[in-house]
Write a protein that binds this ligand. Structure first.
Ligand code: ZN
Length: 274
């Protein structure tokens, strides 16, 4: 993009700080000439990244996620801002458990990471999330230990359990199984040097697509396959589950994982608004 296309507004800001009254009318005139997505206030979509506030406290993970996992995921979503997305962080520790009625009403996609505090999430909030997905088409993305979150279990209607959970030095290669799927755009196969192995079968309904697969390599050299990215439509909404993301590994800082989340948010957005 031509650098000059931005410069009038940037220069204008510095002048505005000194002459506020005169600036208002001109600012409106300039904003009318610029694309809407340059302004956060004009965000077309909202993605909320929720986590339970334990990864930044637990001694085993606080060095990896000092500002909790919602911060790491939200940072990775920054490229969405250029497309008019507002990125909101939310935590179980916030008022209304991070999701007020007002926020939920304008949320297009809700990303959820939880592990130890699933039981503390109020059923009333889960009811509201279910309604937003099924009736209004809000997207929902659960990742890693959020497989046992009340919201994902409610949306999928099954136990959502894996056969086993083992962090024994297993590594994984994440395989782009459906290269043409929107969630795989710009993503190539990549390796995670350590992963908590979630063993199949995964007790979920038949997904409509599995854009990402994985091959675990165990410490003894044997391998095992598992699904790493699964898609469903639930009522009017789209649901995506991403298997990696254990709190002691830096998965959410990895460029490939961040690209997957950017793609998944776009894919999960309500179809009527995208
Ligand atoms: Zn884990």
């Amino acid at each position: 993009m031509n650098k000059n296309s931005f410069s009038p507004a940037l220069r204008f800001n510095s002048v505005c700080s000194r002459r506020n009254a005169l600036c208002l009318g001109a600012a409106i005139a300039i904003s009318a000439m610029l694309p809407l997505n340059l302004f956060a206030a004009g965000a077309k979509h909202t993605v909320v990244v929720w986590s339970e506030g334990t990864a930044n406290v637990d001694p085993s993970s606080k060095n990896v996620y000092p500002d909790d996992i919602n911060t790491a995921i939200a940072e990775g979503l920054k490229p969405l801002e250029a497309d008019g997305w507002e990125i909101v962080k939310a935590s179980l520790n916030d008022p209304d458990q991070g999701i007020s009625d007002e926020l939920l009403k304008r949320t297009d996609v809700l990303i959820w990471w939880g592990h130890k505090k699933h039981g503390q999430v109020k059923d009333e909030l889960v009811d509201k999330i279910e309604k937003r997905v099924k009736e209004d088409g809000m997207g929902f993305i659960g990742t890693h230990s959020a497989h046992f979150s009340k919201a994902l279990k409610r949306l999928l209607g099954t136990r959502c359990s894996w056969r086993e959970y083992v962090a024994d030095g297993t590594s994984a290669e994440i395989i782009v199984k459906e290269p043409d799927h929107p969630i795989c755009k710009g993503v190539k196969n990549f390796k995670l040097p350590k992963i908590e192995r979630y063993g199949e079968p995964f007790a979920v309904p038949q997904p409509e697509s599995v854009p990402l697969e994985g091959i675990y390599t165990k410490p003894d050299g044997t391998t095992e396959n598992a699904r790493m990215g699964l898609c469903w439509t639930v009522g009017k909404g789209r649901v995506f589950y991403f298997t990696p993301g254990h709190e002691t590994y830096n998965d959410y800082y990895k460029p490939e994982v961040r690209q997957i989340f950017v793609n998944a948010v776009k894919w999960a957005a309500p179809q009527s608004k995208s």
